[in-house]
Design a protein around this ligand. Structure first.
Ligand SMILES: [Zn+2]
Length: 169
């Protein structure tokens, strides 16, 4: 991962706090506690949490919803960063790559998802891939998932989150 990993900045902490607020909103709204924020330069363009439960639509992950809400990003010349409270899945990673993000910054690890080294593989084929930073406010994100496991036993994604949290037990 050496070539694609980047260290976090104070700005990353600020935007991850915003993402964590979205994750809290998600839990209050019956969704898995994941939040995402799209930032261009120093400006927040959009924020979102999953719609999978409310819309009964499997692909409505927080990242995908935030990127959709961000609108047309093609002419964006500022640095585009996708903040998200959980390591993105392959769909969200691909969406961020395809939509021209320069960076992805996430909080908690998701060992039950695809290893992000896959981005390095994609880079080999000449596609520009975002720099990736993990572990920003990781503990805060993990504590939201643990709270979810205490209170949302009937949730359709309970087993997924349970598996996710095995790495943090
Ligand atoms: Zn996803």
């Amino acid at each position: 991962m050496d070539s694609i990993i980047q260290l976090m900045s104070a700005k990353d902490v600020k935007w991850m706090k915003e993402s964590l607020k979205q994750a809290e909103n998600a839990m209050n709204d019956g969704e898995i506690p994941i939040g995402s924020v799209v930032v261009a330069g120093d400006e927040k363009i959009s924020e979102a949490y999953p719609r999978t439960n409310r819309d009964k639509t499997t692909s409505e992950h927080a990242e995908v919803v935030a990127i959709r809400k961000a609108g047309n990003l093609w002419n964006e010349e500022r640095e585009l960063t996708l903040y998200t409270t959980l390591q993105p899945c392959i769909m969200c990673l691909a969406t961020a790559i395809r939509c021209g993000f320069d960076r992805i910054v996430y909080a908690a690890e998701a060992e039950n998802e695809v290893n992000l080294e896959v981005a390095k593989e994609i880079e080999r084929y000449g596609t520009e891939v975002p720099k990736i930073t993990g572990g920003v406010k990781e503990e805060e994100s993990v504590s939201l998932f643990k709270e979810f496991l205490k209170n949302q036993m009937e949730h359709f994604a309970y087993e997924y989150v349970e598996e996710l949290m095995q790495a943090y037990n």
